[in-house]
Structures are given as C-alpha cells and as structure tokens.
Design a protein around this ligand. Sequence first.
Ligand SMILES: Nc1ncnc2c1ncn2[C@@H]1O[C@H](COP(=O)(O)OP(=O)(O)OP(=O)(O)O)[C@@H](O)[C@H]1O
Ligand SMILES: [Mg+2]
Length: 302
Amino acid sequence: MEHRSTRLATTAWYPALTRTAPISPVQPGVVPGPPASPLDPKIRLVGVAKRFDSRGRIVEAVRETTLEIPDGQFACLVGPSGCGKTTLLRIVAGLETPTAGSIDVRRSGGDRPLNSLIFQQESLFPWKTVWDNVEFGLRVRNVPRSERRARTEEWLRKVGLLRFASSYPYQLSGGMKQRVSIARAFALDPEILLMDEPFAALDQQTKLLLQEELLQLWGDARKTVLFVTHNIDEAVVLGDRVIVMTAHPGRIKAEVAVELGRPRDPMEIRSDPRYLELTQEIWHHLRDEVLLARDQEESGVE
Ligand SMILES: Nc1ncnc2c1ncn2[C@@H]1O[C@H](COP(=O)(O)OP(=O)(O)OP(=O)(O)O)[C@@H](O)[C@H]1O
Ligand SMILES: [Mg+2]
C-alpha cells in the first residue's frame, strides 16, 4: 500500500496533454506520508484553501475545506457558479497546489494511474480517431500493444462506439464525444475518476442516457468518483453523497447522504418519494448560496 501526501507542493507534474495523472513513486512536490491503512479514506483534504494571484489581484477560490471520501464512493459536489468546484477537483487531481492545508490520496498499489479526469468541454484530440483517442493514454503508460487493443476495444464497445472507431471527433455528436471521453477515462482503469460537469453541455435526452450508462459502468468498476455538477437531480441520481458548497469563496456548507440503494434505475429513483425529499433538502442548502453568488456577480465581488 502506497500513500501519497501532498503538502504545499509547488510543481504541477500532471501531463496536461493526456489529462490523466500517472503518479510515479517519486514526483516533484509529492512527499511520502505515513503508512496507509485500508481503513483510511481514499481522498482526504484537511483545511485545504486556494488563492490565486492573478497579476497582483488575489482571488480566494477555495476557503478551508476538510473532506474525506471513502474508497469506492460516488461523491457529488454541487455549488453555485464560481464557488471553487473546479479548483477543488483540480487540487485533488494534482493540477493545482493548495495554498494551505494538505491533501492525501491513498494508493492501493499496482501500476494503475491514480486518477483520470473528464471535463465538461471537449477534451479529445481533434486530429486523432476515436480509437486513437481512447488508446492514447494507454500508450503513454506503456501498456503492451495487445492489452492496449483489448482495452480500447472493450471500452469502445461498452459505450457503444466501436463502429465509430475510425471516425474523428468532428464527425461525432456532443454526446458521442463525451462517451469517448468516458471510454478513455475508464480504459485507463484509474483508481479515482474526477468528473467536472461532464454532461452539462448535452441535451436532456442524451444526458439521461449517459447518466444511465455511467451508473452501469460505475456499478461494474466501483471506482471512487468525485463528480462536479450544477444539477441537483443528477447529483441525487448518481451519488452516494452530495456535498454542497457555499458561494464564493467556496467551502463545504452541508452534506447529504443519498441512501437510495444500488443498482439504481434513474427513472425509478425519480419516482421514489425519497428522491423528492433529497432534492428539496439539497436545494434548501443551495438556494441562499445561489442567490448570494448572483448578488456577488452583480456587485462585482471577487
Ligand atoms: N487560474 C486562475 N486564476 C485566477 N483566478 C482563478 C483561476 N481559476 C479559478 N479562478 C477563480 O476562482 C474562483 C473559483 O473558480 P472555479 O472555476 O473553481 O469555480 P467553479 O465552482 O468551478 O465555477 P463554475 O460552476 O462556473 O464552473 C472564481 O472566482 C474564478 O474566477
Ligand atoms: Mg467549474
């Protein structure tokens, strides 16, 4: 069991092109922590804060945040626009360095990448085919050719896009592109999936389908997921737990456990009275923050 502990790390070691974060045993800014126990959370943030200094103007993006996510949990993060959700996700990914606090991500060993990110915006290589996009991360990780092929084929089949293996991203719809991103992330078999509003840009029907597909894929793989969304419905349907952030500068305001059982049929869940209670409870926590964020926007607070 290996343990990664990052304390005020100064170097972004993440290969921006692949948007996956393979962590070698020795990384700049990553220092070995105490031996991990299987009972430790998969992700632990203690007093994490982030300020950006953009040309002398200080922006407090995340205020003291303490959070633990157990192994295999599907955690959803909701909060008003600009409250620091993406920043928090990027800190967990190792793409941003916190200005205060510490973050520990427990590795379970082996050669798997620690995390893989799926973004809201398109993040496929436009000059590569669907197949090459999915295979790329495996290539970077020096996965042997035959295994690369098998995994690429397996995940393209699972997301229903094997037929489009030789197409280019511009030939696909928005939903198909996000399915390629999902296949690419899962094919890497990361320990943690970090998803930043992956379905936000899609139409409602495509979104519903992809939510169902994601639930199925996650049900098989049971990865630890941190999923950012603006959508309360999505958070309840997908998550084991919903973490509500305050308006900017973001910190955790409330947590709601989604005790709806698994496997889930999203349509059945939506007609469950507990679904209504949960969405109301989350909105109760979120409403004031959304109003505050709107006021901030109008008055130009940063
Ligand atoms: N690199 C940066 N430099 C300066 N300020 C930044 C930077 N990245 C984010 N910020 C600021 O930090 C705050 C939080 O941004 P972040 O993108 O994390 O919010 P968010 O909750 O993801 O918003 P949204 O819901 O709109 O995606 C914002 O005020 C943003 O302008
Ligand atoms: Mg964001």
